[in-house]
Design a protein around this ligand. Structure first.
Ligand SMILES: Nc1ncnc2c1ncn2[C@@H]1O[C@H](COP(=O)(O)OP(=O)(O)OP(=O)(O)O)[C@@H](O)[C@H]1O
Length: 336
């Protein structure tokens, strides 16, 4: 659906040139929730704003549904933007207008009659659970409710693509969860493609299908969220994961002074909740001790990762990795 090719963005100010994006290639598929994560200043906002050309690339092309949008005329671009909704960190609501009028605003710009505007606004306010608050003003709503208004407004013109610029960063953890559930729900119900930027791995884990990690204007790692969580290859990804409590390296200290083979086991889906390890340990007569582990969910899929030390007969130890692999567990030998 969306292809970014060799995107560069340079900001020049007197005495200073800043390379916000330095050669970004990205493919976002129709209907997926795609997350872009990185530290402050990495280039996330610049990148997401390329997708509706709120920022123009200095070099490179942005193709959406087969059309290079950098080549569109201003009227064509305005038309294109009606098909792209955007949600902001600080909601960006019109404070002197009611909830209803905030949602009607983009519909008025799109040329709908007042009656059509109200009809559609009621539909999207019902979708986000705020119909009872239609005549209130933003200041009378909580942060989470204001963000729901922001989402309703973004959905008003029936976009194909929703861009979320740190949509939950200003919210407490519980409200964040409810907004993320709403995004999941509208992605499923409307088949909407969602691109979000965040600096929180938990946001990525809870809702995204695929993720790209950006650092200093470059995508340093990308893939399915499961793959990136289970096998992070770049130092930035590893440190973002470890800050969110997914520690991949803590086993090293524990392993000192423990004899035997060391394995890292990765479980995806059903294998996560089956008693495979205890079966295998009984069958091969091996003792297993867990040096590190995490079990959780990535979107709807259970996943887990364990580092285990294996003790027992050498021939059985040799068989273990093969038996686990056959049972659907990824097995990496950390120490033979
Ligand atoms: N309008 C601008 N003029 C000059 N430099 C800019 C401009 N916008 C962004 N930059 C620079 O480009 C780089 C990337 O900024 P960007 O806002 O895209 O990062 P970010 O990852 O979204 O950061 P944050 O999480 O803090 O919002 C930074 O070094 C920033 O200072």
């Amino acid at each position: 659906m969306i292809f970014l090719e060799n995107i560069h963005k340079t900001y020049a100010s007197p005495g200073r040139v800043s390379h916000a994006l330095a050669g970004v290639d990205l493919h976002i598929r129709k209907g997926e929730i795609f997350g872009i994560i990185g530290r402050s200043g990495a280039g996330k906002s610049t990148l997401i704003r390329m997708l509706n050309l709120l920022e123009r690339p200095t070099q490179g092309s942005v193709t959406v549904n087969g059309q290079d949008i950098t080549a569109l005329s201003e009227p064509q671009l305005r038309e294109f933007r009606h098909g792209v909704g955007m949600v902001f960190q600080h909601f960006n609501l019109l404070r002197s207008r009611t909830v209803l009028d905030n949602v009607c605003f983009p519909l008025r710009l799109a040329g709908l009659t007042r009656r059509q505007q109200i009809e559609r606004a009621h539909e999207v306010l019902t979708l986000v659970g705020l119909m009872d608050h239609a005549s209130k003003y933003p200041r009378q709503l909580s942060g989470g409710q204001q963000q729901r208004v922001g989402i309703a407004r973004a959905l008003a013109n029936r976009p194909e693509l929703l861009l979320c610029d740190e949509a939950t960063s200003a919210l407490d953890p519980e409200t964040t969860q409810s907004i993320l559930r709403l995004l999941l729900d509208i992605n499923k119900r409307l088949g909407l493609t969602i691109v979000l930027i965040t600096h929180g791995m938990d946001v990525i884990r809870n809702v995204c299908d695929r993720v790209a990690v950006i650092d200093a204007g470059v995508i340093v790692e990308s893939g399915t969220v499961l793959d990136v969580f289970l096998h992070p290859s770049h130092a930035v990804t590893q440190s973002l994961l470890s800050e969110s409590g997914v520690d991949a390296e803590g086993w090293r200290e524990m392993a000192q002074g423990i004899e035997g083979q060391l394995l890292r086991l990765s479980f995806r889906g059903d294998s996560t909740v089956k008693p495979i390890l205890s079966h295998v340990s009984r069958k091969l007569g091996l003792d297993l001790s867990i040096l590190q582990g995490s079990v959780g969910r990535i979107k709807d899929t259970p996943y887990g990762q364990l580092v285990i030390a294996v003790q027992g007969d050498a021939a059985s130890q040799e068989k273990l990795a093969g038996v686990l692999t056959n049972a659907g567990i990824e097995c990496e030998v950390l120490r033979p």
